[in-house]
Ligand binder design. Structure first.
Ligand SMILES: Cc1cc2nc3c(=O)[nH]c(=O)nc-3n(C[C@H](O)[C@H](O)[C@H](O)COP(=O)(O)OP(=O)(O)OC[C@H]3O[C@@H](n4cnc5c(N)ncnc54)[C@H](O)[C@@H]3O)c2cc1C
Length: 338
């Protein structure tokens, strides 16, 4: 770990924070409670771009897709991939909407065990000696031993005093998931940094909830539904879950994750690959977002939406909601899984 400690000052403002132990500009700012704009914290979305006016940063992922070469040449950087190597002055615009409700922290967690959820998604459980503090729908960065890099994973459980962190992770064959599925042993230590993320449950939105997930987007959506079921403020809100996968083997048993309360949640299942349809399949065969206009009884702008999954799925749903059904952006909360 790098113990150097530098200051980051935001130009034309009184905001200044310390950046230490190898933190990126984004992580250090959020840890200090500064509302720096961001979404994925993984180099993919480009929401945390800033201009480096003075000082130097090390770029932890020079090929990150969230920024173009032309932008780099003009002094732009990604805050999530920039680790200061001197004091810095930066131009970026913090906003109250990005201020963390729970300050992210770094600590070690122990691997407790894993169980299958679908053909390629499994539930991984970890524990920590303190309390597990996060909002339903948020994610953490997991740094797996020997990988030298961190990946974002959304919690699928709720904050708890027992220090339990639960994730639903899809095997992709990449660096982190190969470690998780094939190498990690019960009792091993993993470094967790979190919570992060802005697509958390808004308990006071006073609208019925529509949750839409594709693939491993299941994890934050399960947490959001659990959070809504546990919240007095959400007692009157109906909940609908739209879940999409390629084939029937991608469908989890929702009753396992939403035990007694499943009756309060209407679940719509869709598979996108007609070739995989099997005898006994009772869900739909289409892209999951295509179900929305037919299955939702009221005009779409009367609901609050929570989405999670691969970027192309999220982009299609947002286009449908905003361009075709005039749903205000403020009622659509999403995480794209870059
Ligand atoms: C906000 C968010 C939440 C997510 N939640 C979940 C979840 O709940 N469940 C789940 O299964 N997946 C989730 N993901 C996806 C997850 O983070 C990983 O991308 C996925 O598990 C594949 O990782 P891998 O290392 O196995 O694959 P790889 O192919 O090795 O890496 C995949 C991703 O890692 C990042 N990456 C690649 N190289 C670097 C580098 N040098 N430095 C930094 N980053 C790099 C890129 O984003 C790339 O797309 C989420 C992603 C985001 C952004």
């Amino acid at each position: 770990m790098n113990h150097e400690n530098f200051s980051v000052k935001i130009a034309d403002s009184a905001v200044e924070f310390r950046c230490c132990d190898g933190d990126s500009v984004l992580q250090a700012g959020l840890r200090a409670g500064v509302g720096l704009p961001y979404e994925c914290n993984a180099g993919g979305c480009g929401s945390c771009k800033f201009e480096l006016l003075e000082g130097e940063v090390a770029d932890t992922w020079p090929d990150a897709p969230g920024i173009r070469e032309k932008e780099r040449a003009r002094g732009k950087r990604l805050a999530c991939q920039s680790v200061p190597v001197s004091d810095c002055i930066v131009r970026m615009r913090p906003g109250d909407e990005f201020k963390p409700k729970v300050l992210p922290a770094r600590f070690a967690v122990r691997f407790l065990g894993v169980e299958p959820v679908t053909r390629d998604i499994a539930r991984f459980r970890f524990s920590d000696s303190g309390r597990a503090l996060f909002l339903p729908g948020q994610y953490a960065l997991l740094r797996l031993p020997g990988t030298g890099t961190a990946r974002a994973y959304s919690m699928s459980n709720l904050a708890n005093d027992a220090g339990e962190w639960e994730f639903m992770i899809r095997r992709t064959g990449g660096v982190a998931t190969t470690k998780l599925f094939d190498v990690l042993k019960v009792g091993d230590e993993v470094h967790l940094d979190g919570p992060y993320g802005l697509a958390y449950l808004r308990e006071n939105e006073h609208r019925d909830l529509v949750c839409i997930a594709g693939g491993s987007g299941l994890a934050p959506i399960v947490s959001i539904i659990r959070g809504a079921l546990a919240s007095k403020a959400c007692d009157e809100r109906a909940i609908q879950l739209f879940y999409g996968g390629r084939g029937p083997a991608d469908m989890p048993s929702f009753a396992d994750w939403l035990p007694a309360e499943e009756g309060r949640v209407r679940v719509h299942r869709a598979i996108s690959d007609p070739v995989l349809v099997e005898a006994g399949w009772t869900g739909e065969v289409c892209f999951v977002h295509e179900l929305l206009p037919a299955k939702l009884e009221r005009p779409l702008h009367e609901y609050a939406f929570y989405l999670a999954g691969p970027p192309p799925m999220i982009e299609k749903v947002v286009r449908l909601l905003v361009a075709e059904h005039r749903v205000p952006q403020s009622l659509i909360h999403y995480d794209r899984f870059f």
